[in-house]
Design a protein. Structure first.
Ligand code: HEM
Length: 94
């Protein structure tokens, strides 16, 4: 995990500002609700599928574990954005 820490930080340092910019544009009404939710939900679904595929290929030793880990970190960041997007519904679960 330690060797991946820099990758995790870089991914968050890139994605968090992008998310915040799109969120601010949404708050200002420049990006409507549907495209705003879609622009984060669609990549989450695609990256989840790629994370599953790369994890299997990594277990089969077809590719290096690196690819799964990088995609998984991107997924982790988008999951956090996802919880923020659906915070009201998320809170109701507790
Ligand atoms: C936020 C999501 C995820 C994160 C942060 C994550 C993180 C990681 C990390 C850091 C490793 C490497 C562990 C090591 O160095 O030994 C790993 C391996 C693995 N992950 Fe994920 N993962 C995620 C999602 C998934 C998903 C969705 C699947 C499949 C359903 C999956 C299946 C696996 C498998 C099978 C391995 C072992 C690969 C190997 O040893 O070659 N992961 N994951």
């Amino acid at each position: 995990m330690k060797e991946y820490l820099v990758d995790l930080l870089i991914i968050f340092a890139v994605l968090v500002p992008i998310y915040l910019i799109t969120y601010i544009l949404h708050l200002k009404g420049i990006i409507k609700r549907k495209p705003f939710y879609r622009m984060w939900n669609v990549p989450l679904a695609i990256i989840f599928i790629l994370a599953v595929i790369t994890s299997i290929l990594s277990l089969l030793k077809v590719i290096n574990k690196f690819w799964h880990v990088e995609l998984a970190f991107i997924m982790l960041a988008i999951i956090i954005f996802h919880i923020h997007l659906y915070w009201r519904q998320f809170k109701r679960g507790f």
